[in-house]
Design a protein around this ligand. Structure first.
Ligand SMILES: C[S@@+](CC[C@H](N)C(=O)[O-])C[C@H]1O[C@@H](n2cnc3c(N)ncnc32)[C@H](O)[C@@H]1O
Length: 257
């Protein structure tokens, strides 16, 4: 196995079994959905990079019979989709969610297939601007997009936080830049808001932090994996120290003519 493949295995191991694969909460998902306003009857929706899909299930519960077909829940990695299938079965949501393994860089859908495109914590994989540009043709006229993005909340972040994210996410931008990216891709801004701090902890950092001692023990003899685990611990520490400097921000827009 080469270094990249090995790093990815370690990443999956660190992230395995978490309720979410990034910050999020049901209240924020519902708030973003409300910003979309009235949606068409028999609507069709896509969740890109759904991961274990807590937000997909929140959407399914909120939209219910308004859905003309199950939400297409797309992720590249089968194990998250297996987790999503089990959760949907447990919550009686099977008929409202259709898990689909695929690559967001080559979405297997015809133009104007969806009324709603959702993506929590995954647009960054393509680039925030690039993701909006790629999704726009897939939306029907008046369709909505809602996506979260790691975003600077202050003009001059503390040096330690700035340095950490220059290394970990150099494309990280401020709210105005991300709003401009949404508009430049052909969307009218319907709203944006920062997720509450609890959205970082309850389903993400708290269970991730609980795994760290076992991960350190498992990888005691493995320098590459130990470094990776240390970066996860440091990321959590950044959040503890600088919660006001950056956040996960929901951006919601409607496709313009
Ligand atoms: C930060 S996680 C967010 C997952 C989920 N939306 C959540 O909030 O729990 C990003 C997700 O994107 C998926 N992903 C990464 N690259 C992808 C790609 N090229 N195509 C589709 N999904 C991808 C990952 O497997 C992961 O589930």
């Amino acid at each position: 196995m080469n270094d990249a493949a090995r790093l990815f295995e370690i990443f999956l191991d660190i992230q395995r079994g978490l309720p979410r694969q990034g910050p999020g909460c049901a209240e924020a998902t519902r708030e973003a959905l409300a910003l979309c306003g009235a949606l068409p009857e028999e609507l069709s929706a896509l969740d890109v990079g759904c991961g274990p899909g807590l937000q997909t299930m929140t959407l399914a519960e909120a939209l219910g019979d308004a859905l003309g077909r199950p939400i297409a829940a797309l992720d590249k990695y089968g194990e998250y989709l297996t987790q999503l299938k089990a959760s949907c079965a447990a919550r009686g949501l099977d008929r409202l969610v259709a898990p689909l393994q695929g690559d967001m860089e080559a979405l297997p859908f015809a133009e104007e297939s969806f009324d709603l495109i959702w993506s929590e914590g995954a647009a960054y994989i393509m680039g925030f601007a690039e993701a909006f540009a790629a999704w726009r043709p897939l939306l029907r006229a008046g369709g909505c997009v809602a996506a979260t993005e790691l975003t600077w909340l202050v003009a001059e972040p503390p040096e330690e936080a700035a340095q950490f994210f220059v290394e970990e996410y150099p494309a990280m931008a401020d709210v105005e830049t991300n709003l401009a990216r949404l508009q430049a891709a052909g969307f009218e801004v319907l709203g944006h808001f920062t997720l509450p701090d609890a959205a970082w902890w309850t389903d993400y950092y708290t269970p991730l932090e609980a795994k760290l001692p076992a991960l350190r023990a498992r990888y005691a003899e493995d320098a590459m994996a130990r470094d990776f685990v240390a970066t996860s611990a440091r990321e959590i520490e950044m959040r503890r120290r600088y919660p006001d400097s950056y956040g996960y921000v929901f951006f919601v827009g409607r496709k313009t003519d």
